[in-house]
Design a protein around this ligand. Structure first.
Ligand SMILES: NC(=O)c1ccc[n+]([C@@H]2O[C@H](COP(=O)([O-])OP(=O)(O)OC[C@H]3O[C@@H](n4cnc5c(N)ncnc54)[C@H](O)[C@@H]3O)[C@@H](O)[C@H]2O)c1
Length: 463
């Protein structure tokens, strides 16, 4: 078997994962292919204006692109050339027919499987890198091996990286998971893929399971992480009502090693392309197998997340004297978290729409996400609408009644908040939904301050 690898899908997963695999496996040729020609052109651009922003990614791509990492739209040749085929295409929530709004839309995955079958000129290992429902590998294997000239073995290698820390997570993962059939061909295929990661990941961190366990583990892990976010946000509401401080509560809870400190930060709720989609998929799986109480349980994780964004708007509404119409709000940050330009399912998008319903004049600023924000809000942000986009946060805040901080970019705490205060209409409000600004300093300057999970100003309007 040749050692070369192709990944179909050059997105947030395919691009960074293959760049790191190429860096750590200099003796393998790694190809990344996609049907989206402009995305491939961006990966190949002379000035390294890559299609996604991730800290340190550009350094890795600079190091290996053209040496053993290649981006192309020629899927046919790449599949012919490589015996190990990763598939990292998108698997969004299905919006039609059976399972609409919950199940994964597998049409891109199935189209890819059919391409692999058509182009293959020898046996292939096909590796699911996309997050896929339990038993997808079986369906794919059935399509691939039905009246096929060659043998396809399908493995599941779900990716656990987090956007914003993708390169760091790939270079030192907590674990790598490879699931496969427990027969002779499956075990041999697993060993081939283990070899790729063993170039830099300690062997004890590379975990192998059967294929169903691997598929389910990815959903379960994301559901647990999303549930922690919803759980701490549920406590945050109670903190605001009682005078407790959610950051203090979380600090002490997190010191219990059974609970742990990570993912205990109250905020505007989770976003990103994965958590909502994967929890909804788990709900669908539970329903499919008649586990209705479990389905309701996981549905509440999503409901709590939506509630958090509704609460942000209703608190802003109350704090601004029960009318938002024609008031200017400067939204600081639109990406779903810091250090990414990704805005898929961002809480800021939901909040922007709710504010638009209240006829707020919204100025959105973000260091990396403005192009995506413009695209996401195109239906409500046309000419003459109440939404503008500003690169410069100082300009965004000029004449505003409130700054609504939605993303914890490190540049925001370092701004000159006195200058911002002087340029705003009074009374000037800051709603820091990430609890990342120095609230005491802001109050000294003269701002009225709202946070998530604390009610330091004590006024009923803060709730
Ligand atoms: N984004 C994350 O942080 C993350 C983390 C873990 C797992 N995942 C999973 O990885 C998968 C991909 O996610 P993403 O964020 O990279 O998506 P993405 O939309 O950024 O990238 C997917 C790419 O696949 C391409 N594609 C679709 N159909 C194709 C086909 N038939 N042939 C060739 N290319 C095709 C698209 O053009 C697109 O560029 C999803 O299943 C997701 O759940 C994502």
């Amino acid at each position: 078997m040749n050692k070369d690898v192709v990944c179909i899908g050059a997105g947030y997963i395919g691009g960074p994962t293959m760049a790191v695999i190429a860096k750590m496996n200099p003796d393998r040729k790694i190809m990344v292919v996609d049907i989206n020609a402009s995305r491939i052109a961006a990966w190949n651009s002379d000035d390294f204006e890559l299609p996604i922003y991730e800290p340190e990614l550009v350094d890795v791509v600079r190091e290996v692109r053209g040496k053993n990492l290649f981006f192309s739209t020629d899927i046919r040749s790449a599949v012919k050339e490589c015996d190990i085929v990763f598939v990292g295409v998108n698997t969004p929530t299905k919006m039609f027919g059976r399972g609409a709004g919950r199940a994964s839309d597998l049409q891109y995955w199935e189209a890819t499987a059919r391409e692999i079958k058509e182009y293959a000129d020898g046996d292939k290992i096909v590796v699911e890198k996309s997050t896929l429902p339990v038993r997808t590998a079986a369906a794919m294997e059935a399509i691939l091996n039905d009246h096929a000239k060659h043998r396809f073995t399908v493995l599941s290698n779900p990716e656990f990286l987090a956007e914003g820390t993708a390169v760091k997570d790939l270079l030192s993962p907590d674990r790598v998971l490879i699931g496969g059939p427990q027969d002779e061909a499956g075990i041999a295929a697993i060993a081939e893929v283990v070899d790729i990661y063993a170039a830099w990941v300690p062997r004890e961190k590379i975990m192998t399971t059967n294929v169903w366990s691997a598929e389910l583990t990815k959903f379960a892990a994301n559901a647990f992480l999303a549930q922690r976010v919803s759980s701490i946000n549920a406590i945050a509401g109670l903190c605001e009502a009682t005078g407790a401080d959610v950051d203090e509560v979380a600090r002490v809870m997190g010191a219990d090693h059974r609970i742990g400190a990570k993912f205990l930060k109250a905020g505007p709720g989770f976003g990103g392309s994965c958590f909502k989609k994967d929890v909804l998929n788990l709900v669908y799986l539970c329903e499919t197998f008649g586990l209705h109480t479990a389905a309701e349980y996981w549905t509440q994780v999503i409901r709590m997340n939506e509630h958090q964004q509704e609460r942000i708007v209703s608190r802003l509404f109350k704090a601004m004297f029960n009318t938002l119409a024609n008031k200017k709000v400067a939204m600081f940050g639109f990406a779903f978290k810091a250090d990414t330009g990704d805005t898929r399912e961002t809480p800021a998008g939901t909040v922007a729409r709710l504010l638009n319903d209240e006829h707020v004049r919204l100025a959105i600023t973000d260091p990396k996400a403005i192009p995506n924000a413009k695209r996401d809000l195109a239906d409500i942000a046309g000419d003459g609408a109440g939404i503008v986009f500003e690169e410069d946060p100082y300009v965004a805040a000029e004449g505003a009644d409130a700054v609504l901080l939605m993303t914890d970019w490190s540049l925001y705490p370092a701004l000159d908040w006195r200058r911002i205060f002087d340029s705003m209409r009074k009374p000037a409000l800051v709603f820091d939904t990430r609890n990342c600004l120095d609230g005491e300093e802001l109050r000294r300057i003269g701002f009225k301050v709202l946070n998530i999970g604390k009610d330091i100003c004590g006024a009923p309007t803060c709730r």
